[in-house]
Write a protein that binds this ligand. Sequence first.
Ligand SMILES: [Zn+2]
Length: 285
Amino acid sequence: MKREKFKVKSSNFNDWNEIFKNPERISVKSFITGYVKINKRGTLNPKHPNAGNIEDESLNVPILVHWIHHHKFGDYLVDAGLDSSYYQNPHGEMKGLFAGLFKKLGLGDTYFQEKNQDIAYHIKKNSIKLNGVFLSHLHSDHMTGARDLPKNIPYVVGMGEKYFEHKPLFYGDYLKGIEVLYEIDFLNAPNMPILGPCADIFGDGSFWAIKTPGHTRGHISFLINCIDGPVLLTTDACFIRLGFEKGIASSSYTDDVEMAQASLNNLVEFKRVYPQVKVCPGHEL
Ligand SMILES: [Zn+2]
């Protein structure tokens, strides 16, 4: 898989108030493609000064995909969720010399999926004509669905986002068949108030990728400027609503806790200054 730069369009906008006054006919609908168990301790960093006592409690949270429909540019996804291999098999389709052993020992990622929850089902049911997929980051719960999606469309991540496959021992071939992975280079993107570097994907202020590193190095969040109000998809810059309300980022599964906290601080400040923004955390509807 080659990596190439995603062409960031020049934007006419540099002021959020101006952007929110000029919404586009763009919509966002979220799908649940399965569930994953996470621990509340770590979903919220227990060492954060405002953490108080965060219980050691297992949370069953949805694995989300967001369908973006633009009246002119068509259908896109934010994240790919789970493919159908997780229905009745919490390990999904894993390959490699140690795949069997890993399953037996209960290692690796385990997800839960009901019938007709996989991403291909949602695509078909909604007659989505997919033009591209934006992946917030390359953790398996956000990308295994790519195995069931068309490959002749652009797949886009943040610059420097790492892709791990432990070949030949244990791997999922999640992005197999994708020839080029496009990377958003935020160096060329406008530096927007509060949020910093943001890429105006369609160049009309309707769909923005926001640089929110920390959970992973190239992690991105998204803003959709809908007619009935802007929607912020934090993706895994914040897993659950409580994290956003308390302003506490994750420490579990997170590459750089300090950087993740700084990214979440920006998103929280953004919501404070623009209260009309609806917030959708990474793993809560
Ligand atoms: Zn996640």
